[in-house]
Design a protein around this ligand. Structure first.
Ligand code: PHE
Length: 372
């Protein structure tokens, strides 16, 4: 039978003692049955609820009807009861929290392995670009950058590709739509090479300059094993008052040896770019087959058995290019310079022996983690 408060008929000290004792023993025994948060709330309400809690009943049934001369005595007992009930409810709250059912639900298995957060690594193309840039930094070059959405002026015109000149056809260009209302030189396109940053830099800095320009470039090439509509280039430009073709050869020969090892040989083959004159293609002895054209009994694929690999385009800055930045100190009669540009993805492919450029851009971690 749960404890209930009954009216007192006898207000003698002994009767009060016994009533209080009965109440306390009920309080203590009910407290021991509390084993969860829900139990505890029910317990608290049963004893302390304003409406019909045990304390309220004690007030109503013991104190209120007490005869005048017993009021003081009963009042003291009721205070005692109130204090004791409050203490017990508080203590029970502590206990119900540390109860085993709560422990079970909040159990922490410290023997489980922790959360493994793999550390990221440089993408092989970025890594290659950083290596290239660092060789030139050691030669005293600074790094420059430019926008990937470029105007016709910077991408073509100021690089000596006149409007409608067939040289523009050598770079399949991705044009931005709805530009027809603008004058040709302001029309936007995705830059097809990093060379526009040559002009942008010469507009800002007076000669002498030595810069390298890493960045993304875009061409209207459908993706296949060796083409991607987006790829990476590193451009270089050195302009001073007495730069000769020998400086270009020496610099690029040093660069490629620093990147691929001192045993590679270089060769320059005549070529054409509108913004350099003369222009050349730098070839490097195939660092895959050592220049023999063979890997064991198999023909060497990367150099197509020729023993040489085309690595970059270069040349002496065409005086027509300087004309566009003449006002900033680039008088073609006084300054000369060389420029070069190479595909970082292509170098990474050769360096790591990857057979499909697409692998670089598909984001498959199983491929990429091999380079970490
Ligand atoms: N911009 C040329 C290209 O993308 C490469 C190049 C750069 C050639 C600088 C000469 C000098 O093909």
């Amino acid at each position: 039978m749960p404890y209930t408060v009954t009216k007192l008929t006898d207000y003698s000290e002994a009767a009060l003692d016994s009533a209080v004792r009965g109440l306390f023993s009920a309080l203590d025994s009910e407290a021991t049955t509390v084993s969860s948060d829900t139990d505890w709330k029910a317990f608290r309400d049963r004893w302390m609820a304003r409406k019909n809690g045990v304390l309220t009943q004690v007030n109503d049934l013991w104190l209120k009807p007490a005869p005048k001369d017993a009021k003081r005595e009963v009042g003291q007992r009721v205070n005692e009861i109130k204090k004791r009930v409050e203490e017990t409810v508080d203590q029970t709250a502590e206990r119900s929290k540390s109860d085993s059912s709560v422990l079970d639900s909040e159990r922490l298995d410290i023997s489980l392995p922790g959360i493994h957060r793999p550390i990221g690594a440089e993408h092989p193309v970025i890594k290659t670009m950083n290596e290239i840039v660092s060789v030139f930094r050691n030669l005293g070059y600074s790094v420059s950058e430019g926008p990937e959405i470029e105007t016709d002026y910077y991408n073509f015109e100021s690089l000596n590709f006149p409007p409608n000149h067939p040289a523009r056809d050598t770079q399949d260009t991705l044009f931005i739509a709805n530009q027809e209302s603008k004058p040709l030189r302001e029309r936007l396109l995705l830059r097809t090479h990093t060379s526009p940053v040559q002009i942008r830099t010469m507009e800002k800095l007076k000669p002498p300059i030595r810069i390298v320009i890493p960045g993304k470039v875009y061409r209207n090439d459908p993706p296949d094993a060796s083409h991607s509509p987006m790829f990476h280039q590193i451009e270089g430009l050195a302009v001073d008052y007495n730069i000769k073709f020998g400086d270009l050869k020496g610099t690029l020969d040093h660069f490629i040896k620093a990147l691929l090892g001192s045993s590679v040989k270089t060769r320059f083959k005549p070529s054409f770019f509108p913004f350099t004159e003369p222009s050349a293609e730098m070839m490097v002895s195939c660092f895959i087959c050592g220049g023999s054209g063979w890997r064991g009994n198999d023909p060497c694929r990367p150099c197509k058995q020729s023993g040489w690999i085309e690595i970059l385009g270069c040349g002496m800055v065409d005086p027509n290019v300087f004309e566009f930045v003449k006002d900033n100190g680039y008088d073609p009669k006084k300054v000369s310079g060389f420029a070069f540009g190479m595909g970082a993805d292509r170098l990474a492919i050769l360096k790591y022996g990857v057979d499909d450029i697409q692998l670089f851009f598909q984001g498959d971690v199983r491929f990429l983690e091999q380079f970490s």
